[in-house]
Every structure is written in C-alpha cells, then in structure tokens.
Design a protein around this ligand. Structure first.
Ligand SMILES: NC(=O)C1=CN([C@@H]2O[C@H](COP(=O)(O)OP(=O)(O)OC[C@H]3O[C@@H](n4cnc5c(N)ncnc54)[C@H](OP(=O)(O)O)[C@@H]3O)[C@@H](O)[C@H]2O)C=CC1
Ligand SMILES: O=C(O)C1=NCCCC1
Length: 315
C-alpha cells in the first residue's frame, strides 16, 4: 500500500486559489460559535498558552473537534509582536486537519490565512447579533487584523465611512490609502478620541498593553470588537468601558482563565453563541463589547472548509 502523505497547503496557495471566501466562511464560523454554546457539539479544551517572556513571544496549542462539520484539527500558533522589525508577520501558525474517523492527518495548512479571516468573520457574526447601526466603522490598529476586519465588516455592513487610527500615524495612512484605492470612504486619524467619536462599530486590533479606548468616548449603542491580545485579552479597553457595556465572548471556557481579570472585577460575560441560538437575548440599546479570544473550533471548521474547497478544484 502506498501513502503519499498529507496534503500541504501554503498560505499563498489558500489565498491565490480563494479557498477561504467570506460568503462561505462567515456562515461556517457563525455555526461554530453557535455550536460552542450547545453542550454536545464541540470538544475544545482550554488552549495552552506558553508565554516566553525572554523572547517577547508566545506559543499557543489549540485542538478542537466540531461534530456538525466533522472537523478535527489542531492549530499551533505563535504571537511575536516585534516581528514587523524583521519583516515577518506577528502571528504565524500551522493547522493540522485530521480524518475524524481514523485520526490520520489529511492536511497540513499554513495558519496565517485561517487566523486572519476566521477572526474577522467571528467579529462580523458578533456585530450582526449584537448591533443595529451600520454607518461608521472605526478601526484602531493598521496591521493584519485591522485589514481583514476592514474588508470583512465592510463586506457585511457596507459602511459609509471607515476610520483608521494607529499608534504610528503612517500605518493609519497606509491602510487608509489601500481602502481608498478600493473605492471606500476611508480617513486616517491622529487621535483615538476623534476616530471613535459617533462611530457605530469599533474594532481594536493592536498589541497595546494598556488601554487605548475609553468608555467616555463611545456613543450609546455602539458595538466594539476587541480583538487584540497585548499583555492579556482585555488590555485595549479601559475598565470604565467594560463597566458601561454588555460584554460577550466566544467561549466562557477560555474566558474563565483568559478574562479572569474582568470576571474578578465582577463583570458578567456571556457567549455570543447563546444570542445566535436564541437562548439569551441581547440588549441592543446598550454599548456591546465582543471580547474575541479566538477559538480552536474556528480554525478547525475553516481548515475543513479549505480542504473541501481544495477537493473541488482538484476534481
Ligand atoms: N482574538 C483573536 O482571535 C486574535 C487576536 N489576535 C491579536 O490581534 C492583535 C493584532 O494582530 P495582527 O493584526 O496579526 O498583528 P500586526 O502586527 O499585523 O498588527 C498589530 C497592530 O498593533 C499596532 N501596535 C503594536 N504595538 C502597539 C502598542 N503598544 N500600542 C498600540 N498599537 C500597537 C501595530 O502598529 P505598528 O505596526 O505601526 O507598530 C499594528 O497596527 C494582536 O494583539 C494579536 O495577538 C490575532 C489573531 C487572532
Ligand atoms: O486565536 C488565535 O489564533 C490567537 N489568539 C491570540 C493571539 C494569537 C492568535
């Protein structure tokens, strides 16, 4: 019996062959978020986060199984915030996709495309279920996640204006120019306060280790997708903002450890999946925060989608 070994799909191949298109990815991520909040459909142990302080880096191990998509996978991902100095992405990874019936590895995939788009897709789903307005999008940060969030949220909600702030203004200008070249009404800002004033939807996607976004700047009813993980996953927003808002996350199992600081402040946190499933209802008049942690099941269902799309083009 011959075995040619697992398929290997690079980020470039996934990107060039459009194996992760938003119209297919968003429903798959929505279903994964909903499934997490139904007890029997996802197996996803809290991820291992190995911080390496001497190197200013971290390695995360993220296994998951999703019954609905029959997706069994494990992502290993690193976060090295200073990598831009070396011309490398800050977040890099590899996803192993397994045959769930035998445990055999069927594909090895680079993890940048998956991480980039599944994170933005999760924010889009959260925005859809927690918010009504759609006029102004403000993005804090101008890196990979800022880009994918601009594209994905605009694809879903067709914003009238996209505002960009970055701690280095040149980054905001560069992303603004890219968006303008794609026909968007995009504006770069020097000040966070001005950038988020009257914004309907805000994204924070930075490595900031102390708050960059304050509650007093946010208009009532605005929705925030807090994506960045600096020192921890809740370092970009000030405590006043969390106190003003209804706070949601993707999985409480990870929140117990990764959002311990917020829980210890007495904050109530709920899963977006419960809102999708209709088992809880969102108060849409309130400021809402989706504290995105990132889930292994999102990687698993994205890898499965890529694999299925790959099989179609190879037929
Ligand atoms: N929730 C989730 O599922 C995921 C979360 N993440 C997190 O999202 C964040 C962004 O990741 P990604 O876009 O891939 O990274 P990038 O390196 O591509 O972008 C990082 C952005 O943060 C800015 N930045 C860096 N340091 C600071 C600082 N001290 N204060 C304010 N801004 C800063 C950078 O600006 P400049 O380049 O000009 O220095 C850049 O705009 C990270 O925290 C990452 O860990 C990533 C993947 C998934
Ligand atoms: O979910 C992920 O993938 C990540 N989350 C936090 C930082 C790095 C990647």
């Amino acid at each position: 019996m011959t075995d040619s070994g697992p398929l290997y799909l690079t980020d470039e191949f996934i990107r060039n062959n459009k194996l992760l298109k938003l119209d297919k990815l968003i429903p798959v991520i929505q279903n994964a978020m909903a499934s997490v909040s139904k007890n029997d459909e996802v197996i996803q142990p809290p991820r291992t986060i190995m911080n390496i302080p001497s190197l200013n880096g971290a390695l995360l191990s993220m296994p998951a199984f999703c019954k609905y998509d029959d997706a069994l996978a494990c992502k290993l991902v690193t976060a090295y915030p200073k990598n831009a100095d070396k011309g490398l992405p800050s977040v890099q990874g590899t996803v192993l996709l397994f045959d769930s019936t035998t445990g055999k590895v069927c594909a090895i995939m680079d993890g940048i495309e998956i991480t980039t788009w599944r994170t933005a897709a999760a924010s889009a789903v959260a925005t859809k279920y927690l918010h009504n307005g759609t006029a102004v999008l403000a993005i804090l940060g101008s890196g990979t996640q800022a880009r994918s969030h601009a594209e994905t949220l605009d694809y879903c909600f067709n914003f009238q204006q996209i505002r960009i702030w970055n701690h280095k203004y040149e980054g905001a200008q560069t992303l603004t120019k890219e968006l303008t070249a794609k026909g968007k009404n995009a504006v770069a800002y020097h000040s966070v306060e001005e950038c988020v004033q009257d914004a309907d939807v805000i994204v924070t996607a930075t490595f900031a280790s102390s708050p960059i976004l304050k509650g007093k700047w946010i208009k009532p009813g605005a929705h925030i997708n807090a994506v960045g993980a600096g020192i921890n996953h809740h370092s970009e927003l000030d405590v006043d903002l969390y106190k003003l808002a209804c706070v949601y996350t993707d999985t409480m199992a990870s929140a117990e450890t990764e959002l311990k600081g917020l829980l210890e402040e007495g904050m109530t946190i709920e899963e977006v999946g419960d809102i999708i499933n209709g088992t809880k209802s969102a108060d849409r008049g309130m400021i809402t925060v989706f504290q995105s942690l990132g889930m292994a099941v999102e990687d698993a269902v994205s890898a499965k989608l890529i694999y299925e799309e790959y099989k179609k083009i190879k037929k």
